[in-house]
Design a protein. Structure first.
Length: 134
């Protein structure tokens, strides 16, 4: 993402070489859990947050899990009070995923949080991104 002269925008660069395949960030009263989601089951993600970062989890009013391993458009069942958001992929699938029948939506999604939680999201298609970066 490109941000120029936007003092109200903060970008948190998660370190993929860190302790885990999961990252956590407190945004106001929301615990944002970022997972790749090719490990474990969706039902386990909220439990991971409780065990990975128990103090941070107790300080938050709500949990939102965002997953970057999203190949198909589907809804996820609710297993806990945590909200689950699958992030679509902007890039096309690799040859293996293509052979398995996966398709990329060629989209990118941004979520907007404030002190009350999730305020909304914006999804942009690859065609629109191409026009923006030209």
């Amino acid at each position: 993402a490109f941000y120029r002269n936007a003092e109200d925008v903060r970008v948190h660069d998660f370190n993929p070489a860190s302790h885990s395949d999961r990252s956590y960030l407190k945004v106001y009263g929301t615990l944002l859990q970022c997972v790749h989601s090719d490990i474990g089951k969706h039902a386990d993600h909220a439990a991971w947050a409780r065990s990975d970062v128990p103090k941070l989890y107790r300080r938050c009013e709500r949990t939102i899990t965002v997953s970057g391993h999203f190949h198909t458009s589907r809804s996820y069942p609710t297993f806990t009070d945590a909200l689950y958001i699958g992030l679509p992929s902007l890039v096309p699938p690799c040859p293996w995923h293509s052979q398995q029948g996966y398709k990329s939506q060629r989209q990118v999604k941004a979520i907007m949080l404030d002190r009350f939680g999730l305020r909304g999201d914006i999804t942009v298609t690859w065609d629109k991104v191409k026009r923006l970066i030209r």
